[in-house]
Design a binder for this molecule. Structure first.
Ligand code: ADE
Length: 282
């Protein structure tokens, strides 16, 4: 996969790209990250990339006649123009669902804003996928672009040591709930011990403990994830029952539904995915 980062501050990425998993992935050729300094597209002697906003107001606006040619030229640097992502607090929220969608792409261009943002005509002409990493304002899109690279690269086959580890992460398609508690040696530290069950060697019991730990933790910290999921399961079960029994019966529907909710695994219900999408604030 190839990322092209368009920024006024390429130096921000240098340390980040030369460490740990990202460095390994780039060295192995599993990932390519190309940095482009947008200032190279400034065509006046002062290297101007921004200007005062029409109508007045604070800050500066990135100029359409610099940004559009820059993006259009970078799009030609590979066989396909790629998917253009603009990092902006006004974009759609980055969720694991969006990360999974982006991970399908061969090439992504990450357009990083600064100052008060881009002239709106940049959006109208280039029609980027506008993405926000949260409801707060950063100094620019660079940190947000690094978040996109970091979260997407985890899903590219061969980039993580153990391919499965990305699947069980919180919010990933194998687990839409928070991750369970983890322990390693020593078995006891300052009087705190590891849950006995994890030392039992009984894999079935360990999996049941993990599953209930995930559920309890999600209920305590992010009940919105669980509520959405269970409500959706309820709705789905009702639909199924309607299909099976066209005529009204006297069966105790409420009891049957709650049993089914207890049995359903969140990771196996597409509805849980929808619930995550609508409920998770990153
Ligand atoms: N640029 C500034 N703030 C941002 C945010 N929250 N998400 C994405 N890009 C941004």
């Amino acid at each position: 996969m190839r990322f092209d980062v368009l920024t006024l501050f390429p130096g921000i990425f240098e340390g980040y790209l030369s460490e740990s998993l990202l460095k390994d992935a780039i060295e192995r050729g599993a990932l390519e990250v190309c940095l482009h300094n947008m200032r190279d597209w400034a065509n006046d002697k002062h290297n101007t990339m921004d200007d005062r906003p029409f109508g007045g107001g604070p800050g500066m606006v990135l100029k359409v006649d610099r940004i559009v040619p820059c993006v259009e030229e970078v799009q030609t640097y590979a066989e396909r123009p790629g998917r253009l992502v603009m990092l902006t607090p006004q974009g759609r929220p980055l969720t694991q669902r969006v990360v999974e969608e982006l991970a399908q792409e061969e090439r992504i261009l990450l357009l990083c804003g600064r100052y008060e943002g881009f002239d709106q005509r940049v959006v109208e002409i280039l029609q980027p996928d506008e993405i926000s990493i949260g409801d707060y304002v950063l100094n620019g899109g660079e940190v947000a672009a690094a978040v996109v690279i970091d979260s997407v690269m985890r899903l590219i086959p061969g980039v993580l040591g153990d391919e499965n580890s990305a699947v069980v992460d919180s919010f990933s398609s194998g687990n839409r709930l928070l991750e369970e508690d983890q322990y390693t040696r020593p078995r006891e530290y300052r009087g705190l011990t590891v849950p006995e069950i994890l030392l039992s060697g009984d894999h079935g019991a360990i999996e049941r403990w993990r599953s209930s730990n995930r559920r309890e933790k999600t209920l305590a910290r992010r009940p919105d994830l669980l509520d959405g999921e269970e409500t959706k399961i309820d709705e789905d079960e009702k639909k199924k029952k309607k299909k099976k029994r066209p005529k009204k019966t006297e069966e105790p529907e409420a009891v049957a539904e709650s049993e089914n909710v207890a049995e359903a695994k969140p990771s196996e219900t597409p509805e849980a995915v929808d619930a995550t999408e609508t409920n998770v604030d990153v």
